[in-house]
Write a protein that binds this ligand. Structure first.
Ligand SMILES: Nc1nc2c(c(=O)[nH]1)N[C@H]1C(S)=C(S)[C@@H](COP(=O)(O)OP(=O)(O)OC[C@H]3O[C@@H](n4cnc5c(=O)[nH]c(N)nc54)[C@H](O)[C@@H]3O)O[C@H]1N2
Ligand SMILES: Nc1nc2c(c(=O)[nH]1)N[C@H]1C(S)=C(S)[C@@H](COP(=O)(O)OP(=O)(O)OC[C@H]3O[C@@H](n4cnc5c(=O)[nH]c(N)nc54)[C@H](O)[C@@H]3O)O[C@H]1N2
Ligand code: SF4
Ligand SMILES: [Mo]
Length: 688
């Protein structure tokens, strides 16, 4: 008989739910992962992806040793070396580049959401690159448009507590596929529905969540701000606004009223591809149902005007006073409540010189067109060869013989194939961390459950070892994982009072010090400079943008770029597939089996025009690049819109490319974010 141990873990993935997990360990081997039944948001279940986490941990494809490239870049041939050799070589090259005329800013860190842990994603790594004087990375690939829009409007990424959604009597799912990407919100929604709540979805794609809505509003891509402005027009025209809330807690209502006067439903209806009635009815229902909550997610901000879209939507609950009740308001992200002390964790004071900032959404440009050039890139927690816009430019850069590329990974991803030095990373079961969520208000702790596989090392340890080799003598480089967690928890913010490492070790998670039913802005208290919800934002004015919510149309659409649309008539959206998490599971056998093959949904009318039948291989392209997918004819998209659920690995796809070949490096209005869904393409039957 061997003793079975249960370990507290935290799902590390880039997902709003940040589940608390329980890991069963026998004889040093993890035998089962499950959701912690005591953790309210998790409710004892994990999603279909992470239920199979052990398939990831024990996959034969795990990287187990440091390696050096022996083949051509991209070929993926490596030979084993020791950690000493690997670290020495990285330190030597970094020192050489730092001492050259180009200076240390010729070195670029590249990381995103591989793990949402503080220890392994936003502390020791940042200290290392700061002290080195490397280029700074603007981490814009996912959420910066919406996050900044929330900051300008309500002052922080704080919103309705997901645990209070069951109280709502109207729930709007706006640009989100809850059943795939935020599954732990669903039980709350079901509870609300059983009490008679109404559920409305707004999306260009009838995704499987929309099938459960009482009403589905199929909006044209990138036009949500126009819809929201017209909704405000109706609310104000019909006197449905909450005068008292507006007077006490908002700024700029008179100017907003003038702005929305220019948005009668008729104007928005033709832009949005919906009926006037849909707008008017929505406005009335939204303004007169209490509590009313909007779950706005990141899908609708991946367009040229994505920031303004989120901002316009975020103005709605202040206009109607929906913030007054728990279960009312809007939720984009809860991350702004986790006010860790970045000065301590990331040590920006160590920055040498005045290094440039590189926008990660324009990696292709950074690697091919910068002066001084990027001479070294260190990739961890990310797979840019597959996930970044304008893929052919990214690959062109990664192929450069004079670029020194380090990749720290759990698997041999598309990006790993271009590494000069490839380092093995631990998974969540093999290292310690705390995970900062963006969907709820609990901090979740992760205890290592098993020993590292092979010679895999956690990110924080590799940066600590590299710092030693670089001769960085500051004490912060000697911190352990536990030290970093203690530093994170020792913040002054009262919201963390009483949350200690010991308590996290005992319970596995801790709710921030907030009331059980929590209405963040019931009595104002916005985190903006004025302390009010800013319909009018001086901050935006200083940025040269409209200080009021505005509609910024898509860069690529038939209405706004008719010449481009004559050649590339279809607006392509590529939101997450149910069984994938970005590219993190897109190579594991059972996950690939669930998603079958890379496909594109097009309306039967568009297919007929092109002689395409269901199941045909098609070429999908524009001037930036192309990929090959299988056509699925579907009424779930309107004519003129196409959907390719993502993100597939290039090397497991036909022609070794994915949809990001076609995506541009253009940025959003606010937040300089990526515009993955602002993308016109053409589709034709493939000759192959
Ligand atoms: N299963 C799974 N879950 C995930 C992920 C994953 O890859 N797989 N990724 C995680 C990450 S990194 C993130 S950022 C989140 C993303 O979470 P969400 O942003 O909620 O992503 P989706 O659930 O795909 O929902 C995006 C929806 O936006 C729609 N959309 C696109 N353009 C527009 C538009 O102009 N207007 C409107 N109204 N809708 C639009 C798409 O059709 C899609 O249905 O999910 C996280 N969860
Ligand atoms: N076409 C299209 N493109 C998109 C999107 C889309 O919807 N459509 N979504 C965008 C969005 S929202 C996002 S957030 C980005 C996501 O882009 P990324 O953040 O790059 O996400 P992943 O592709 O999952 O890659 C994460 C990698 O980190 C590795 N990893 C995990 N844990 C660790 C660790 O502890 N240490 C190290 N060193 N590595 C680790 C994993 O093995 C994985 O390969 O993609 C963007 N790209
Ligand atoms: S990916 Fe999301 S839903 Fe799945 S286990 Fe992790 S946090 Fe929970
Ligand atoms: Mo994301």
């Amino acid at each position: 008989m061997t003793a079975k141990r249960i370990i507290h873990a935290a799902c590390p993935h880039d997902c709003p739910d940040t589940c608390a997990m329980l890991v069963e360990v026998e004889d040093g081997r993890a035998t089962r992962v499950s959701g912690d039944p005591d953790h309210t948001p998790t409710r004892g279940f994990l999603c279909t992806k992470v239920t199979r986490y052990l398939e990831r941990v024990y996959n034969p494809g795990r990287l187990l040793y440091p390696m050096r490239r022996v083949g051509a870049k991209g070929e993926g041939r490596f030979e084993r070396i020791s950690w000493d050799e690997a670290l020495d070589q990285i330190a030597r090259r970094f020192r050489e580049i730092a001492a050259s005329a180009d200076g240390p800013e010729a070195i670029l860190p590249y990381s995103y959401g591989g793990t949402m842990g503080i220890v392994n994603g936003s502390s020791m790594d940042r200290r290392f690159f700061h002290r080195l004087g490397a280029s700074k990375l603007a981490r814009t690939i996912c959420s910066s448009a919406g996050v900044d829009a929330m900051r300008y409007t309500v002052g922080a990424t704080i919103g309705t507590d997901m645990e209070n959604f069951h109280l709502a009597r109207l729930i709007v799912l706006w640009g989100t596929n809850t059943l795939s990407s935020n599954i732990h919100l669903w039980p709350e929604i079901q509870q609300a529905l059983s009490c008679g709540a109404r559920l409305i979805g707004i999306d260009p794609h009838r995704n499987h969540t929309m099938d459960h809505c009482h009403q589905f509003i199929q909006i044209n891509p990138g036009t949500d701000a126009a819809f929201a402005l017209a909704v405000m027009n109706v609310i104000v025209a019909e006197g449905l606004e909450d005068r008292d809330y507006i007077e006490r807690y908002t700024l700029g209502f008179e100017l907003l009223r003038e702005q929305v006067a220019a948005w009668p439903p008729a104007r928005a209806a033709s832009i949005c591809g919906v009926t006037e009635n849909e707008i008017t009815e929505f406005a009335r229902e939204y303004a007169t149902t209490r509590p009313a909550v909007i779950r706005v997610n990141y899908g609708l901000q991946r367009h040229a005007g994505g920031g303004m879209a989120v901002r316009a939507i975020a103005c709605l609950p202040a206009l109607t006073g929906a913030w007054r009740e728990a279960g009312g308001g809007v939720l984009l992200s809860s991350s702004g409540m986790f006010t860790f002390d970045e000065a301590v964790l990331q040590r920006p004071d160590l920055i040498r010189g005045n290094p440039r900032t590189v926008n990660m959404s324009r990696l292709g440009e950074a690697l091919t067109d910068f002066e001084p050039p990027v001479r070294a890139i260190y990739v961890y927690n990310s797979n840019p060869a597959a996930i970044a816009p304008d893929q052919s430019k990214v690959i062109e850069g990664l192929k450069r013989e004079d670029l020194f590329t380090v990749v720290h990974e759990q698997f041999q991803t598309d990006t790993a194939d271009y590494a000069d030095i490839l380092l093995p990373a631990t998974t969540q079961l093999e290292h310690r961390d705390i995970v900062k969520p963006y969907g709820h208000y609990y901090l979740v702790y992760n205890e290592p459950a098993i020993a590292p596989m092979g010679e895999a090392k956690p990110n924080w340890e590799v940066f600590s070892l590299l710092a030693e080799r670089m001769g960085f003598e500051e004490d912060c480089f000697k911190d352990t994982d536990e030290d970093i967690i203690r530093q994170a928890l020792s913040t002054e913010a009262a919201i963390f009072d009483g949350i200690t490492l010991d308590r996290l070790k005992r319970d596995g998670w801790a709710r921030l010090n907030l009331p059980e039913t929590f209405a963040p802005f019931a009595e104002g208290g916005f985190h903006t400079p004025s302390g009010k919800c800013e319909f009018y934002s001086e901050g935006l004015e200083r940025e040269g943008l409209d200080p009021l919510p505005d509609y910024i149309p898509p860069r690529e659409s038939p209405a706004t770029a008719p010449e481009l649309a004559a050649r590339f008539p279809l607006q392509l959206l590529s939101p997450p597939a149910n069984s994938f998490l970005n590219t993190s599971f897109s190579h594991l056998p059972s996950f690939l089996k669930s998603e079958r093959q890379p496909f594109i949904q097009i309306n039967p009318e568009d297919a007929r025009k092109r002689g395409i039948s269901d199941g045909d291989r098609v070429r999908v392209w524009n001037d930036r690049g192309e990929c090959r997918l299988v056509a699925r004819l579907s009424e779930r998209v309107k004519p003129g819109v196409a959907v390719a659920l993502s993100i597939w690995w290039n090397k497991l796809s036909p022609d070794h490319t994915n949809v990001n070949q076609t995506v541009s490096q253009a940025l959003t209005d606010i937040g300089a974010g990526a515009t993955f869904f602002d993308n016109l393409v053409e589709v034709a039957k493939s000759d192959a």
